[in-house]
Design a protein around this ligand. Structure first.
Ligand code: ADP
Length: 313
């Protein structure tokens, strides 16, 4: 089916800043496609709540005429960012990923619970809200070495590897002071310093790369200096990545996988995967594919007879 870009579809890129690689690429490609795109800093959105016609004001102007939003809500003021996204949904503005999918993926505890419930493979894990209890859970995840994570970690910074029981206890104690809950996780030593990122769009794999730390670090995050190369997935990896995106209800997702001796395991589900590593590793215009998908989804919605009866679009 050919996609028409006539009639200037109006899209909002919902993010704090417009300046990182992913956001700049989305803005650039939207312009190449002749779409009318604006960057919306969600921290400057005011929400109007009533029973008839909810609205969002941005610098005093109503955003009710938008056709779609591409949410890229980061950690800064994320609770407010998510409220803005839910408000767009209440206004029947199409969102690339739903607030439900994003909320599921960004909560590490909820992620593990969903993976477990949906029979998706992941490293053995235990969660505790209390550092005294957490020390007693080491045996439940196979003893040491063990991975200890803060539930609010980001880009690898809240994830540590404890080699011995003694160091695990000290780290748990120190993390306990941060007042967040902890995840203890089986350390997948075979995958040390590497993980596989599978990029899913609309239920299909559109890219996959292997990331490696550039040194001794057990973490492969690109933000910590790791590097990425295109990689061929096994059929099982494709299957679990597609299933994970589906179960989390994400149209766009970055599924992180660790290759263990007992098969590939899902480490994380990202609802807002970065574009830089994957576009470069695949040499592929992923920003354009995402925008084409948004356009075709909005056109589908608009072609339904019920669309014209709506008052909020
Ligand atoms: P963040 O969400 O902050 O990126 P992750 O939980 O994804 O933190 O961990 C960061 C990196 O640490 C991963 O990309 C992976 O390389 C490594 N890592 C995390 N958990 C494990 C594990 N259980 N076994 C082996 N390596 C791991």
């Amino acid at each position: 089916m050919s996609i028409s870009f006539e009639g200037m579809m109006k899209i909002g890129l919902l993010s704090k800043s417009s300046e990182n690689y992913s956001n700049s690429r989305i803005l650039e490609e939207a312009q190449n496609l002749g779409l009318d795109i604006i960057h919306i800093d969600y921290t400057n959105c005011d929400l109007i709540l009533n029973n008839e016609k909810p609205d969002i004001l941005y610098n005093g102007q109503s955003l009710s005429g938008l056709d779609a939003v591409i949410p890229r809500v980061g950690i800064y003021k994320s609770i407010y960012g998510m409220a803005v996204l839910r408000h767009f949904e209440a206004m029947h503005v199409y969102s690339l990923n739903s607030s439900l999918g994003i909320a599921r993926a960004r909560d590490k505890l909820r992620t593990l619970q969903i993976l477990s419930k949906k029979n998706l493979p992941f490293p053995n894990s235990a969660i505790s809200n209390d550092s005294l209890n957490a020390s007693k859970l080491l045996d439940k995840v196979g003893g040491t070495p063990v991975i200890i994570k803060l539930t609010e970690g980001l880009q690898g910074k809240g994830t540590v590897l404890a080699e011995t029981k003694q160091s695990a206890k000290s780290i748990i104690e120190a993390f306990g002071l941060t007042n967040t809950s902890l995840i203890l996780q089986e350390f997948i030593k075979e995958s040390i310093g590497t993980d596989v990122r599978v990029f899913i769009l609309n239920g299909k794999v559109i890219g996959s790369m292997i990331r490696s730390s550039n040194g001794e670090d057990f973490r492969s995050n690109l933000h910590l200096g790791g590097e990425a190369k295109k990689v061929k997935l096994t059929p099982r990896e494709r299957e679990i990545a597609v299933k994970a995106a589906k179960e989390f209800k994400l149209n766009v997702a970055g599924i992180d996988i660790l290759r263990s001796d007992n098969g590939s395991l899902i480490l994380e589900v990202n609802s807002c995967p970065g574009l830089e590593g994957i576009e470069k590793a695949m040499d592929k215009n992923i920003a354009r594919l995402i925008l084409e998908f948004v356009v075709s989804e909005v056109e589908k919605v608009k072609s339904k007879p019920s669309y014209h009866k709506r008052t909020h679009l």
